[in-house]
Design a protein around this ligand. Sequence first.
Ligand SMILES: [Fe+2]
Length: 274
Amino acid sequence: MILAQITDPHIVAEGALFRCPVQGTAPDAERISREIDSAPYLARAVAALNALQPRPDVTVVTGDLVDHGEPAEYAHLRRLLAPLAMPYFVIPGNHDARDPLRRAFASDRYLPAEGFLQYTVEDYPLRLVALDTTIPGQHGGELCAERLAWLDRTLAAQPARPTAILMHHPPFLTGITYMDDYGLADAAGLVQIVARHPQIERILCGHLHRAIDRRFAGTVAGTAPSTAHQVRLNLVPGARISFIFEPPGYQLHRWQDGAGLVTHTCVFNEWGDP
Ligand SMILES: [Fe+2]
């Protein structure tokens, strides 16, 4: 089984442009923004996943689906994802809004009708458990007692099945402080639950707009690159947020009994022969 992960496409309404800061990492640096059209990036990602041999069995999109949580943005997102040749599942990020997202994907019938956008996908050898780490109106994330209790119950129900958890905010600090400032508040409750359920093969996250991994409570947690703009790698404490147009990417998670879950981080750009 091959699971494709794309993340953070930040789609805006059709015809609009997406604005992101690209320079100004030093505290006194001039702030420069660049306007980009994030839609062609996602369209290219969809075409690239469709062209893969072997083709992924399923795709997940791990949050920041759109930039402002507005219905017109979700309508545009759905049109862009429609050509995907395999089933796909989405989770919310800090730029999403729960109810417009829920309404936009209601016909796919996997999102709950109310409450947090948490669900499972049972159709594949690797079970998917999707978490909602969002706090309305804020960029940071959290898993409250209600969400953690759901996770614990859900994992306890099928302890023998290899499982991947999907969540937008990674449950660890990365050293990129301007992202860590908007990270997951208090991962202690999650640590306790994950440590109790050894069937968790991986925790798959977005938010960081680049590939970063860490050991976490007996499993591996990691983030995937964005389909569009990447977060600049800057480990200077206190540096300001900045994006960079490194090659956009995605991850392929290949599950095979006996071989485990192996993650490949890939770029969409074609570089040709050396
Ligand atoms: Fe994002």
